[in-house]
Write a protein that binds this ligand. Sequence first.
Ligand code: GAL
Length: 633
Amino acid sequence: MKRTLGTCYYPEHWPEEMWEDDARRMAEAGLTWVRIGEFSWSKLEPTPGDLHWDWLDRAIDVLGNAGLQVVLGTPTATPPRWMIDRHPDMLAVDAEGRPRKFGSRRHYCFSHAGYREESRRITRLMADRYGRNKFVGAWQTDNEYGCHDTTLSYSDAARAGFRDWLAQRYQSVDALNRAWGNVFWSMEYGKFDDVDLPNLTVTEPNPAHAQDFRRYSSDMVVLFNRVQVDEIRAHSDAPVSHNYMGRITDFDHFAVGADLDIATWDSYPLGFLEDRVGADDAHQRAYARQGDPDFQAFHHDLYRAVGRDRWWVMEQQPGPVNWAPYNPAPLPGMVRLWTWEAFAHGAEAVCYFRWRQAPFAQEQMHAGMLRPDGKDAHAMHEAREVHRELAHAPEVAPTQAPVALVFDYAADWAWATQPHGAGLSYFGLVFDHYKALRRAGLSVDIVPASRTDFAGYKLVLAPGLMHLPNGLRSALAQAKGHVLYGPRTGARDKNFAIPSPLPPAIDGLEVTVARVESLRPDMPVDLKGGGAATGYLEELETDAPALLATKEGAAILVGDPAQSYCAAWLDADGLDRLVGALAGLSNLEVRQMPEGVRTRRTATEEFWFNHTVHPVETPAGKLPPAGVLRRTL
Ligand code: GAL
């Protein structure tokens, strides 16, 4: 595979006289890809049925004739204003019951059948017109499903759809009552149409109800996407992609990804550090111009799994963005580092968002590769540098890492439904384990809970899977490498009830979780030898010797060379010790990284990245701030 670069362009934002020069400069900068179209519906169809393809025909021609390949986006993330007159009830409704208004984007409810059909119609027209266009090298459906909190909608359409979904799942309302335990608080229903959405209840709704609504809502995203994919495939052989976001977990990306050829994601390291990594102030300050050293890598590995090894960065932060609480500029060299980091994790392409900074509307404060006056902005220089470096880099192939980390969206919903303590999230737990693995210099594959084969992995981590599906249970039991379970593994059955026997109920692990508690942030429980349990702690009933224990002697990690169970959410020191213990059990070599330095290995290359503002000594040599080292193995 050859690694390529690209950008995101909005021909509809610029006078047509500029297109040719823009296209020429893109090609000259070494870009291969240009994504267009994803917000252009009001230009394509200014009034219902009045279609204007001419400008898009010409834009694709101009870009293609300059040597670029177009990624054509369906425009469904931004239904035009007239669409709301046609379908006044298509707007998503928030948990407070308020419709979300027109005037920005993503203002649709995934459950609305009328809007889904409008999306099918515009996608069909677009695919019919451009499906065989030689310049259209790939497709993108919609834009960032779930962004701006748009997966869960409490609309009338969602209520009706949810009732149907429940009827199909449970077949009889008695079965639903039993599965959810509705005898509790007299919540029993007489018919499916009695069931409402789980918002605006006096106190918390039944968790089984909430969890099913999340499953349903995720299915609606899958369906919405599938409708578009089917239309595109009927007219085009080009690969179909979608651009996912950072830390959006409220729909099953693996399920959406199963219908697509390529997973892409939008990487905004500095914006994310400010608004969603969840780090403390000192860390945010230390990495304000570089981004968190693991957050992007985590998503690279996650989306590599979602794309079954075919994945891109569709939008790469090029400079300050507009949407985080604070929007600093990247340290010189970071745009290059982020690009190489994506390639180190197997990206086929990295595209910078956006080509030219827009002088109007919401994203005026968002940098591009060009300034609003068309002169090169900082990112352009770094992109050119990567392009020059790519000329000397070999082609690469996907490789399996020695460590697998299971990530399951349904587990994230279960934690969100029943966190048991403020701030406790499945994403946070898995990400903390990932960071510890990276601090130990390990390369990681993220894998879905549907994985049936763990051959080739020396170590498999499956923390926090509140429900352990049977397929995964047996796949993990057959894994040749060491498997880590816990905390909370198998804590709920598929109906969100506490199972019997008590969890984790893993064959060969002589452990029972006798009690669980959540901890205030100011009440860590120290481990003997360093580190602490924070947030979440289980009391284990076991006769097995503890590999890690609290100062009071309570078992935290128990197990044998084949499998182990960890009874707590550990802090960073505790997780470093956990990874050390697991590496010992699985014969993995660990190399503790200097602060802010990360490494990744593929079959043929080893990369080193310095995410700090200081020069650092690494086992591979000295790295300047924002330095990247790539060596062939
Ligand atoms: C992304 C989005 C882009 C643009 C960008 C700004 O989330 O897909 O359209 O808004 O953020 O950073």
